[in-house]
Design a protein around this ligand. Structure first.
Ligand code: ADP
Ligand code: GN1
Ligand code: MG
Length: 369
């Protein structure tokens, strides 16, 4: 048996799925973790499904801290959801413990594996198929923000230090250019010029934080549309997933990362940039939904800075894709050569579009604040 398959089998054996496991297949399109969908056949009962994940060791150096955060946040959310008559089994993730009662299993190579019950009857979208679905995701992320308003932030580990520290991301890009380990710097001069012209932008949100204008909150930090599950029948957002990066952060970044990914009609790695356009009407739909979900939890300064959240998360993500391209693609999973450069280019195209529509972006926030 191949080594990877052996690790998978060992991981499966570490959990009690309540029935015989009849399959474990690769699942989803996340860029970071190795995700499998596990099926069981417990006697006469219908098949049950689970999500089994090997946490990326390239991204997360302390899986125990990741799981401590997730256990804390999911149990907090579970209680809050139950208190308002909701269904914690569907509206938050639940960690399935290992047979020996731990939140994850470590394989002999140090890889960390965890399991969540599969939340059935939901869809996970790669693009905003309709404005209504995008609005549903916005309300769900806004609500997530509001529900974690009173979570004790000082109990959370920083699972990836400097995660949305855009100044640090810029420094790491410069270091990658300096090292040029793959000899790719010669091919990315237009992209490096694009960043050079926006170096000062990288400090805008961090400066506002340092000056005390923007508060540090408990945030998700990875609010892509495919990190929310939507009820298949009602089209309503049900559950925020991918909680690996829940840690203290800026609310404008949670808003902004959703805009980056969802307020356009193209894939993140689209090669034909003529198809990549920031859609201000989707931005408006999301703004309305996010503010409705957040239910007054944001300060006036946070509202003022929402357009910056959108622009900075998009610029920062482009910088991260470019850095990974220069370093040899060891962070974001790729399926073809050059994919991280293609991803970088879509992000920079979206940034340029946002700059052109900056006044309109501010006006949208003013309309719904
Ligand atoms: P990554 O960090 O690699 O993006 P995710 O935690 O987002 O990993 O999981 C990858 C995909 O697996 C998700 O986009 C979603 O389709 C699916 N998924 C994850 N957790 C669940 C769950 N509890 N129920 C149903 N689907 C899930
Ligand atoms: C990664 O894990 P996933 O695929 O949901 C990344 C995000 C990026 C995103 C870009 C832990 O998200 O920060 O914005 O790719 N997650 C981590 O698509 O680095
Ligand atoms: Mg994900």
């Amino acid at each position: 048996m191949a080594q990877a398959e052996q690790y998978l089998q060992d991981a499966l054996a570490a959990f009690d799925f309540g029935g015989e496991v009849v399959g474990a297949v690769r699942y989803g399109s996340g860029h970071i973790n190795d995700t499998f969908c596990v099926h069981t056949q417990p006697g006469e009962e219908p098949c049950r499904r689970f999500i089994l994940q090997r946490i990326s060791s390239a991204a997360f150096h302390h899986p125990d801290q990741v799981m401590a955060n997730i256990a804390g946040v999911t149990s907090f959310l579970g209680k809050a959801i139950a208190a308002v008559g909701g269904d914690p089994g569907r509206e938050t993730m639940t960690v399935l413990p290992t047979r020996d009662g731990r939140s994850f299993y470590s394989d002999s190579e140090g890889g960390a594996w965890r399991v969540y019950p599969f939340i059935e009857g939901t869809v996970c979208l790669q693009a905003a198929e309709t404005p209504e679905l995008f609005a549903a995701s916005a309300r769900t992320f806004g609500r997530f923000q509001r529900m974690l308003k009173d979570y004790p932030a000082d109990t959370l580990y920083e699972t990836i230090p400097h995660f949305h520290d855009t100044e640090d991301r810029l420094s790491k890009l410069k270091a990658a250019v300096e090292a040029d380990v793959m000899g790719r710097v010669k091919d990315v001069q237009p992209e490096l010029d694009f960043v050079r012209k926006r170096e000062a932008d990288c400090s805008v949100a961090l400066q506002a934080l340092r000056e005390g204008k923007l508060p540090l909150r408990v945030t998700h930090n990875d609010t892509k549309l495919n990190n929310v599950l939507i009820d298949r029948d009602s089209g309503e957002g049900i559950c925020v997933i991918d909680l690996d990066t829940v840690m203290p952060g800026l609310s404008i970044n949670d808003f902004g990362d959703s805009i980056r990914f969802g307020a356009n009609h193209s894939a993140e790695d689209e090669r034909d940039l003529s198809k990549v356009n920031f859609d201000i009407s989707l931005y408006e739909v999301y703004t309305q939904g996010f503010l409705e979900g957040a239910g007054g939890a944001l300060t006036q300064a946070e509202l003022d800075y929402l357009p910056w959240g959108a622009k900075l998360m998009t610029l920062e993500c482009g910088i991260r894709f470019l850095t990974d391209y220069l370093e040899g693609d060891h962070y974001f999973r790729i399926h073809r050569e050059g994919q991280n450069l293609d991803r970088c280019r879509t992000q920079f195209k979206l940034v340029a579009d946002m700059e052109e529509q900056w006044e309109a972006m501010k006006a949208v926030v003013d309309k719904y604040r």
